[in-house]
Design a protein around this ligand. Structure first.
Ligand code: GAR
Length: 196
């Protein structure tokens, strides 16, 4: 059994979806959820499903050791970012090499980088007049949204779509694909992105 930790900063709909997907899994268990924010809905969502959650300060994230110790306590093998808004600091990257993955709600390298999260991304897609958007699942490296891409899925963007419409389509792609890609990558840790 591989244990995963989910890092989330907001509502936690992806965290909930991932936990539900693996609830009967014989190979993967969501052991713990970590957040930088005490006041967000993710805690209630995951606690209701029996998964513990913890909050860490920015200083603790940057230092790394408190996080690494908490992950060791839960024997975590893999870290899944699901709407996590802090940059992953070097000590954690070093402790989990190629074992941290993220989902971004656009087709990277478009609409990525610092400050590009949630509605900012959907606003940018509509403002750019893009006729297509989607999701990108990628490994984390030291730069925002620049790690190796594992998987992308697309959706059409109509000229009449609002940012909320784009959000709805992108969330549907996230819920459909993220758990399955996590399953493949965690069960085959050395898998080449092209083979996912
Ligand atoms: C998700 O749409 C995720 O792709 C996005 O935050 C949302 C979190 O929603 N992540 C980013 O924008 C990262 N740059 P959730 O809390 O309901 O899962």
């Amino acid at each position: 059994m591989k244990n995963i930790a989910i890092f989330a900063s907001g509502s936690g709909t992806n965290a909930e979806n991932i936990i539900r997907y693996f609830s009967d899994s014989e190979t993967i268990k969501v052991a713990v959820v970590l957040s930088n924010n005490r006041h967000v809905k993710v805690h209630e969502r995951v606690n209701n499903l029996g998964v513990p959650s913890f909050v860490f300060s920015r200083e603790e994230f940057v230092a790394g050791t408190p996080i690494i110790n908490k992950l060791a306590e839960f024997r975590v093998d893999f870290i899944i970012l699901a709407g996590f808004m802090n940059k992953i600091a070097a000590p954690l990257l070093k402790a989990f090499p190629d074992k941290i993955i993220n989902i971004h709600p656009a087709l990277l390298p478009k609409h990525g980088g610092k400050g590009m999260f949630g509605m900012h991304v959907y606003n940018a897609v509509v403002a750019a007049g893009d006729r297509e958007s989607g999701i990108t699942i990628h490994y984390i490296n030291e730069n925002y949204d620049e790690g190796d891409i594992i998987f992308q899925a697309t959706c059409p963007v109509l000229s009449t779509d609002t940012p909320d419409d784009v959000a709805t389509k992108v969330h549907a792609l996230e819920y459909a694909h993220y758990p399955k890609i996590i399953e493949k990558v965690v069960n085959h840790p050395n898998i080449h992105p092209e083979d996912v």
